[in-house]
Design a protein around this ligand. Sequence first.
Ligand code: SF4
Length: 352
Amino acid sequence: MKGFPIRRASDEVHERIDALREYFGRDLVIVGHHYQCDDVVAHVDRVGDSLELARMMDSIEARHVIFCGVHFMAESAALLARPGQRVYLPAPDASCVMSEMTPAALLEKVFDRVSAEGRRVLPLAYVNTSLAVKAVVGRHGGAVCTSANADRIMRWALENGDAVFFLPDRNLGINTAERLGLSESARALVNIRRDGEQAFLPDGVRLLLWPGCCAVHACFRPELAEAARRKDPGARILVHPECSPAMVRTSDGAGSTSYLIREAESARPGSVLYIGTESNLVHRLMVRHAGRVRIEPLTESTCSNMLKVDAESLLRTLEGIRRGDAADVRVDGAMTAPARASLQRMLDYCAR
Ligand code: SF4
């Protein structure tokens, strides 16, 4: 457990959360991402990955929705919320480092340059992007995707455009392209330096990639898989596709958070799994399957932004809602229609 922070608020904090939950009854729902710590997950009504959480909004009728995750997730929830429904993020400064790697204004400039020669370029944004970026993508006919549906949505985009502009995670872009059999010569990283003034779409390229990545997943390296196999011959190595292509190639399987959870559930009794993703999820799986399957973290890697939400900030949010002064996540009206269009394209396509 070295390097893995266990968080536990006082009993009093948990009791006050429970009391406020009772006070609100069905008027309030708490949802949370799988990367949240146990102290928070203990209070959520629904837990899921990015795709599951986006889909859940449709079925939530409560007036107040507390979203335990990072800012882009709460923004997407606010975008999909019903009229009058309010979404709160317990730690408003819980950002996502990857999403910040694509400022919307820069994306707009780069997109104009790469599509200047008249080829139809379809932007495809990983869900880990700001609402402003989703709006740019929606305005240009593109869609959002998650790690759970990147294969399907990228195939759709390749069939409907001359080229696909994937952002912000180059690792997910390359790993998805490899699954679809898109050759290396048909892929290129876009040059975003100097305000994107040198950005262009090279001849023959069908997949242009933004040079972003997730620091939490970048730390999983092939050497860790080799060390795990030396220690536990026969162990399976499973990783998230935000890991580097080299790491994914070395692994026995790569997929979204929901894929990793399913693999742990269906693993043979007595088997050993090393999982390369955020530590809070891995440790929860270790506990859930203890005695049946041995689960180990490939190495410890926590998302410091996800950890900004804790039981104390959850309690403060509940108290603020009760007083009537909790700040909810607001969506800029001008961005609503195009951002919703990019998200809706994904939800509609996945519903088929
Ligand atoms: S784990 Fe990576 S992609 Fe996910 S919220 Fe944290 S920084 Fe962003």
